[in-house]
Design a protein around this ligand. Sequence first.
Ligand code: GAR
Length: 215
Amino acid sequence: MKKIIILISGNGSNLQAIIDSCKSGNIDGEIVSVISNKENAYGIQRAMKAGITTKIISDDSFNSREEFDKTLFSSLMEIEADLIVLAGFMKILSKKTADHFYGKIINIHPSLLPKYPGLNTHSKVVKNQDIIHGVTIHYVSSQLDAGPIIAQGRIDVNAHADIEELINRIHQVEHIIYPKIINLICKNDIYMENGNVNFKNNSHPRGYICNSYEI
Ligand code: GAR
């Protein structure tokens, strides 16, 4: 069974969806560790409740960015996981970490990349009166939110949408597609080869069209 590390910074609703999918057998993998860079992240409580080993590598407890990066890197090396899942991890990984684990780290980002990398994606959608919004699951590279795309989920946005509503609807999509993609990676049905994302035996999940999942 594949060993999974999950990195979080906050609420951990995606973490919860992944925990639940592992428990119900919908992910062929085991979460061996949850690491947070924020001491008070609610996701840590979710992990503890599920009996998963947790670790806090708090931004605040290091004198420099380099020390934080070094500690996170050695923790990831120590655990020897098959897959590292960023689930609302709001810190940019060091180049060394991104390069070393290239092909093994995935992220979920609340926009239809390459549109809106970085922060405040929902408010940008509202401000620009976009009619489509979504989420992207991608392999992590050393360029922010720019690694090879695995899957996207789209939602329609109506003219009166507010940010709260968008966050809720985006979360609903995330909680469906992230566990599905993680399972396919655990089964080796999705993998990266020569920098490209490959889907074995047409294993692209039902409902996904051109790397998009519509809800
Ligand atoms: C999710 O919407 C995720 O896409 C986003 O943070 C949220 C975390 O929610 N990630 C990023 O913005 C990364 N750039 P959660 O803690 O409830 O899972």
